[in-house]
Design a protein around this ligand. Sequence first.
Ligand code: ADP
Length: 432
Amino acid sequence: MIDVRWKAFLFILSLSAVSLFVWLTTSVVIALLTFSSILLIYLSIQIHGLYQLQSWLKRPILKDIPEGFGLWEDVFNAILKYERNNNLKKSDLNSALERFNTVANAIPDGLVILSATNEIEWCTANAEYQLGLNLATDMNLPIVNLVRNSHFIAYLYNGVYDEPFKLKDSRNTEAILEIWLIRLVSKQKLLICRDITQLEKVDSMRRDFIANVSHELRTPLTVVGGFIETLSDMEGAVPDNIRSYFDMMQDQTTRMRRLIEDLLTLSHIESNTQPPEDRLIEMSSLVNMLHNDAKALSNGKHKISLDFDEHLNLTGAADELLSALGNLVSNAVRYTPEGGEIHISWQPRNKQAVFSVTDNGIGIEQQHISRLTERFYRVDRSRSRETGGTGLGLSIVKHILTRHQAKLEIRSTLGKGSTFSAIFPESRVIHK
Ligand code: ADP
């Protein structure tokens, strides 16, 4: 297709040539008349084309586009092509959007997109149902005006979204939703909600079952253990040749009792959905207590040192933290051979506070580290048993730390030793 500028140029050239020819063959007046009449006709055609374009632009329907004449034929053809391409892109975009909506609505989890300032921008039908929203009326409203749960609001504003949030549905007290928040690059947030009512029911049945069984086993075991102890202590009651069996029975009942105590502790912490009481804990006395416990447990077999920042304190439940941190200390003693060194530390790290126990004991192979907090996961069963372990210690530690929004960090090298650190968030740290 020739450029319109060329077409106009060719026209002016031809017009000039014709006028020149008329001038040469007739007179200058006729030539001028011819020139201006042709120019007038040309101008009328352009004005008509412009008028056609203006009329069409008032109702730009593709099928009504004029055919045009001369230069305008090219212009209308170009508009036609452009509009067709646009329509194709629009329909591609529409079908992609439709596909996205169909897929998003087919996902059983509810999805909500929140703006940087937490207004609802978009959500799926499942999110509308689960959170009681209505996109048509709630779009651009702050989500905190619609999901009115103080814990959810605190979670949203806290800005730490590593763990999901469990939301009890205020309209249906039975229902429990699990909420995940993910930050998007555009500063918006993606909220994913999932109905975990059934899962929670099964989990609570499992917890109740374990708690009940443990509770039921505690009494007969105390009786059996008591009798074994009494018989062992009674002179002449146990013949010497079977005394070793009695010692074994006593060891096993003690182990079972420890296991039951740990199971009861774990199920108590797991079923406790209330946040831990937030009391100020004087950490210097707590770490000193742990240091003394470690020395008592080690019985002089290890070199145990302590360093701590006496102004660094925490808020939380002292009894729970004593049990969790005590577990880390007792593990260090139990998994460090005689003559080894153990270092307990309580120090700030950036704005957080870190309690860590470092030992130069047996260490752990990398492949086991991520699984250590699973119930009954033990790297070496016989060693754990020998040292009186139940395999539940680190699960209890993890639960207690999670309740305090703290994290457990494990660094270890086989044969060289380990460092177990409990990292507490800034929100729990008090400098005093
Ligand atoms: P257990 O009662 O068996 O000690 P825990 O849950 O406390 O159970 O620990 C899980 C496993 O982690 C242990 O069986 C042990 O293999 C490993 N472990 C824990 N602490 C240490 C440590 N300080 N050094 C080496 N291994 C450790």
